[in-house]
Write a new protein. Structure first.
Length: 355
């Protein structure tokens, strides 16, 4: 993967370069200290496949640079670096809507020292770049594998459910890379009031999940919020797992409540989709509807098996509409999905199930 680094900080550019040069699958072909120079280099340097882009730069902001890249139709993947603030998270969501492929929260506080930042960049940025390299296994603890082609599904041992007639008591959704725009698409203008609660585990750090909840409330017209530990689950509400917390459902004295914890990451992530899906399957059984959207890795596969074992239903996003077909692809390869479709098809079915 041929990478161009764009950041106004010479220190941060050097940190990114040092982190990336440790991989034999990545070649750093240049750098730029602002968006205008980046556009010039994209026009002059052949074969650039991906750029890392700071969102806050002089001359031309990250968002302006993204729009110019899309306007010029440069065939590059874009991963942005964003500050872990409300302003930074909201700008990142806007960048994702503009066509950015993924993002990394910039190191801050005690993590901003040169050594800590370089380590964090290597651990977080490398897998996000390598998810776009066909057949590349990331050389980090995440061990995420990118599907080069749609895997052949194996025969399912579970009874298939008819998605068109399925009536759920809860809807659980898992997503990662490309997830925020996908969630916005399927949750736009939901029927009101929602007959059931919707619970979402999106791989995002703290602050970003709060901004996502705010955005989803605006586009869906349904109350949405970060989950609170011990909160009683109710219909007509969208709950988002807070960054760095697993979210699950538990039954206490005949009331279904939300549980948040910081147990070890699963699939190298927290929140984990598997944790949410497994708990929903245990509480709601055959009335559980699980949806897996775009994302790298296999988070959600174990949870989807639990949903099917409880006689629930599983729907996945198709490869053609995914940014990364990792998470839904793992379920497809296992042959346990009851339905598959693009975001518009999923939205149509979701509206019918929640009405």
């Amino acid at each position: 993967m041929r990478v161009l680094i764009v950041d106004d900080s010479v220190v941060f550019r050097s940190q990114i370069k040092a982190a990336l040069e440790g991989s034999a699958l990545i070649e750093v072909v240049g750098s730029a200290n602002n968006g205008k120079i980046a556009l010039q280099k994209l026009a002059q340097t052949s074969g650039v496949e991906l750029i890392t882009l700071d969102m806050e730069m002089p001359e031309m902001s990250g968002l302006e640079t993204i729009r110019e890249i899309k306007k010029a139709k440069f065939p590059v993947k874009i991963i942005v670096f964003s500050s872990q603030t409300t302003r930074g998270s909201e700008a990142t969501l806007e960048a994702l809507r503009a066509g950015v492929d993924d993002f990394v929260a910039k190191p801050q506080g005690e993590n901003a020292t040169y050594e800590n930042a370089a380590t964090r960049i290597r651990d977080e940025l490398l897998p996000k770049i390598l998810q776009f390299v066909p057949s590349a296994a990331t050389p980090t603890k995440s061990s995420a594998v990118v599907e080069a082609a749609t895997p052949k599904p194996t025969p399912s041992v579970y009874l298939k459910k008819d998605i068109d007639t399925f009536i759920p008591s809860v809807i659980v959704i898992g997503s990662s890379t490309g997830g925020p725009p996908a969630l916005e698409h399927i949750l736009t203008e939901l029927p009101k009031p929602l007959r059931v609660p919707i619970l979402i585990a999106q791989h995002m750090p703290p602050v970003f999940t709060a901004s996502l909840a705010k955005r989803l409330q605006m586009i869906s017209g349904v109350e949405a919020s970060e989950a609170i530990n011990g909160e009683i689950l109710k219909p007509n509400h969208i709950y988002i797992a807070p960054g760095n917390f697993h979210m699950s459902v538990v039954k206490i004295q005949n009331q279904i409540q939300l549980k948040l914890d910081q147990n070890p990451p699963r699939n190298s992530v927290r929140p984990a989709v598997d944790t949410l899906f497994e708990s929903a399957a245990e509480i709601y059984g055959p009335r559980t509807m699980a949806i897996v959207l775009t994302g790298m890795g296999e988070d959600g596969l174990i949870g989807a098996r639990a949903v099917k074992a409880a006689a629930g239903a599983v729907m996945i996003q198709n490869k053609e509409s995914c940014v990364v077909f990792g998470m839904p692809g793992a379920i497809y390869a296992a042959g346990i999905q009851d339905g598959i479709g693009d975001l518009t098809q999923i939205r149509t079915k979701l509206r019918k199930m929640t009405n």
